[in-house]
Design a protein around this ligand. Structure first.
Ligand code: AMP
Ligand code: FE
Ligand code: FE
Ligand code: ZN
Length: 287
């Protein structure tokens, strides 16, 4: 039995619907999946329904944009309470900033003489958590740039003329938010962000796990992060980070996380829930 705990849909910058992701997952025989769209949980309900119909276990998730000492890092949040008002309010804030950032990126492009209408980006994105890949796709679709990669190279990569910084919550605050809303916080693709130096501080801030297996991690990287997970007693997770057809071939199927890691994650979630319930039942200390 195996799982993919890092997937994107068209509720953020993936190209598949939740139902399409599940169809792909069924072909590979996955037992469990999580949906981790950027700064949103909107696709989770549909994905959950599609998983139930396919006999696949579903774990609620999201990928939050965070920062530590000015460096961007991504935190995967698993097992969140989708009805928590604080969670929904914080995500709405992330989404508003993402939409504003799209407007600013398009203004930069227009100033460069590239006549991309902002409506074209919003129409293509058709979601509340739009990002740079939508701008890139809109540029290609409008014939203003030949490929997605070139759109990033010419305009959208950090330091390029239409790059606009993104709002990021401090990683320690994000971990606290994830915990407050019933979830577990996992450091996403540490091999891509080169965030090793932050692991001790993240661990002290309550980090629960580390994504050791990722489509862009080499075997050596996976082994390196398995050692770190062991050193700090962190949960081990993994996923493909599939964005559908955004990057050519769908990555789903490239990572098959052994189910024992999902079982460990669920056990930790159940433990936390039991602790929260017992705290709730504690009689108030008489003054
Ligand atoms: P954003 O969250 O708006 O900053 O966009 C980041 C997303 O852009 C990441 O999740 C990647 O999926 C995607 N991305 C980053 N660099 C590239 C690239 N060179 N080509 C295609 N997609 C990219
Ligand atoms: Fe993405
Ligand atoms: Fe990420
Ligand atoms: Zn991702």
């Amino acid at each position: 039995m195996f799982a993919d705990l890092h997937l994107h849909t068209s509720f953020s910058d993936g190209t598949f619907s939740p139902e399409e992701v599940v169809v792909h997952a069924q072909r590979y025989g996955f037992s469990a999946l999580s949906l981790t769209d950027h700064d949103t949980v909107e696709g989770c309900e549909r994905m959950s329904r599609a998983c139930v119909a396919a006999g696949i276990e579903f774990l609620v998730g999201s990928e939050l944009t965070a920062e530590m000492s000015g460096h961007e890092l991504h935190l995967l949040a698993y097992g969140l309470d989708l009805t928590n008002p604080r969670l929904l309010a914080e995500l709405a804030k992330f989404q508003e900033v993402r939409q504003q950032r799209i407007r600013e990126m398009v203004i930069c492009l227009n100033k460069l003489g590239i006549p991309l209408p902002v409506e074209a980006v919003f129409a293509l994105a058709n979601c509340r958590a739009p990002g740079r890949p939508h701008v890139a796709r809109a540029l290609v679709q409008a014939g203003l740039c030949p490929t997605l990669d070139l759109a990033f190279e010419r305009f959208l990569k950090k330091g390029k003329p239409a790059w606009v910084p993104k709002f990021k919550m401090s990683a320690v605050e994000a971990i606290a938010l994830i915990h407050e809303t019933g979830g577990l916080a996992v450091l996403a693709h540490p091999g891509l962000n080169r965030t090793d130096e932050f692991i001790p501080e993240l661990n002290a801030g309550g980090l629960d796990g580390i994504e050791c297996f990722h489509a862009k991690h080499s075997t050596a990287m996976a082994e390196h992060y398995l050692m770190i997970a062991d050193q700090y007693s962190l949960l081990v997770t993994g996923g493909s980070d599939c964005h559908g057809l955004n990057k050519g071939k769908p990555l789903i199927g490239t990572i098959k996380l052994p189910y024992e890691h999902v079982a460990a994650l669920k056990a930790r979630l159940a433990e936390n829930q039991a602790k929260a319930a017992s705290r709730h039942l504690q009689p108030a200390i008489p003054s």
